[in-house]
Ligand binder design. Structure first.
Ligand code: KG4
Ligand code: ZN
Length: 334
């Protein structure tokens, strides 16, 4: 059997990305153009600005990905594009580009779910072994997913309000740290102690859902009260307290999900996987519980198109093609 060759395209948020993946696992190229510099001055991603940037960069990024992989469009078995979830205007640019390429070349089209992509980032390091539980934590998502086979996803839990990364970014903003704030909190937390008492939302006893808005409100109150009383807040201690509150829930609910489903493997995925505290805590807990933990390298944790090409490969192998009616869906279900 000839090895599959897929082009992946990703534009769901503020990264314009294209990549070529062979056999679902071998990265031939992975080109990412970040717009972080443009959005930083606004303190967050501005959707309209993101879309315009994608339009300017898309063609060049696709060309680079093909060139670096030393393949031509005719060599491809399929083009996989992030269909959703994400910013609709941003998604539309990738979808339009993928459809145009598919129409011009006759190469089949696959519409891929962004969260599936994050999970399949792990597949580029070591082939996924099933069954597994994945904790997907990014700026837009906090989900626990169960997988028994390729291409099959069952959601065990999700955030009911803010995503974990969003909570990091919002609290960082309150603390006057630059966007995106996750890495800054991570760095500060390492220098502080969890001295402030902040809430953990465990929700119903068996629930695998998450909630971070109460934690964010608690930080707002703490900062507000301190200001009124003219008290100093130690930002390293606040960062450590906040991070510990988030990690307590993320780690324990992931372990609970693994135990409830009886699996032996936990995968971490999404931008917040870069958090050093989370990596350390999960390693410790998984070792105690004899759970096999897999965490992708940092460059595959954040948004990229290689993960989309990897996930798309299994849709292609299952014959799950899209046609030219493919549309971006900001709320695409997994
Ligand atoms: O997966 P990603 O690149 O984009 C989305 O799909 O959202 O994730 C970005 C998120 C941001 O919220 C960022 O603050 C967070 O990941 N992040 C971190 C760290 N590095 C990135 N959060 C906590 N600690 C980090 N070291
Ligand atoms: Zn993402």
């Amino acid at each position: 059997q000839k090895e599959t060759l897929l082009l992946g395209i990703e534009t769901s948020c503020d990264e314009t990305a294209a990549a070529v993946v062979r056999g679902g696992t071998v990265l031939l190229s992975n080109v990412i153009s970040s717009q972080m510099d443009v959005h930083r001055k606004f303190g967050g991603v501005v959707p309209e600005v993101a879309s315009r940037r994608h339009v300017e960069r898309m063609t060049l990024i696709i060309q680079k990905a093909l060139e670096q992989a030393e393949v031509s469009l005719d060599d491809l078995d399929a083009i996989a594009v992030t269909q959703g979830p994400g910013l609709v205007g941003a998604l539309l640019i990738g979808v339009a580009a993928a459809k145009a390429l598919s129409f011009a070349t006759g190469v089949p089209l696959v519409g891929t779910h962004h969260i599936a992509g994050h999970i399949y980032a792990n597949h580029l390091v070591k082939p996924l072994e099933f069954p597994l539980v994945a904790l997907v934590v990014s700026g837009g998502h906090t989900e626990l997913i169960y997988m028994e086979h390729h291409n099959q996803f069952r959601r065990l839990g999700r955030t009911r309000d803010d995503a974990a990364g969003e909570a990091f970014d919002k609290v960082a903003r309150l603390m006057g740290l630059p966007y995106p704030g996750g890495p800054h909190i991570d760095r500060l937390a390492a220098e502080g102690k969890p001295a402030y008492d902040l809430p953990r939302a465990w929700l119903e006893p068996d629930s695998l859902d998450f909630s971070f808005s109460g934690l964010k409100s608690a930080v707002i109150h703490l900062l507000h009260n301190a200001k009124q009383r003219n008290e100093e807040i130690n930002s390293a201690d606040l960062a450590a307290s906040f991070q510990e509150a988030v990690l307590d829930v993320l780690v324990e609910k992931s372990i609970r999900a693994v135990k409830m489903t009886g699996v032996k493997r936990l995968l971490l995925a999404g931008g917040v996987s870069a958090n050093s505290g989370l990596r350390i805590r999960l390693h410790q807990r998984c070792e105690e519980e004899q759970i096999n933990l897999q965490i992708p390298p940092l460059e595959l944790c954040t948004d990229n198109a290689a993960m989309i090409a990897a996930a798309g490969t299994y849709q292609y192998l299952d014959g799950k093609f899209a046609d030219l009616r493919l549309n971006a869906d900001p709320n695409l279900p997994l």
